[in-house]
Design a protein around this ligand. Sequence first.
Ligand code: CMX
Length: 131
Amino acid sequence: MVKKIDHIGIAVKSVAEARLFYENLGLVCEKIEVVESQMVKTAFFQIGEIHIELLEPTSEHSAVAKFLAKNGEGVHHIAYKTDDIQGELDNISKTGCKLIHETPIAGAGGKQVAFLHPKSTFGVLTEFCMK
Ligand code: CMX
């Protein structure tokens, strides 16, 4: 079972510009990290038990670059925390849900992550993540 929402990913053109909005809300940027495998620069802000993750593409080939070109800036994905990421993937795939990753990959913050296709999740790109 998923435990809670871990973070909400927001696609932005520039982390340097967008972070100011969140800092003006009083949130503190915990870290900025480039995730090479996903071709993104990320910035994390904690609020309560969850995080806001800003996502800036580092390459025109990034999934986030494609999202920005089509939709502009905005909510990109919701990530759910789990203690058994492979179990979540196996369970949800049995329901017919289309997986983007059949096994976890390395994500930001040393987490294992895996995405479900938005066409199987009522239009919301969905991530499982596990520390
Ligand atoms: N939310 C909702 N729908 C989305 C979406 C998103 N973030 N990204 C794409 N889609 C929609 C597209 O609009 C398209 O819809 P239509 O067919 O109605 O036009 C559909 O999904 C398929 O899109 P596509 O153009 O065929 O495929 P893409 O090449 O854009 O790939 C996706 C889409 C989700 C498979 C790809 O973005 C992916 O693999 N994402 C997972 C990895 C990722 O997003 N990494 C970045 C974040 C990493 C991090 O958090 O560290």
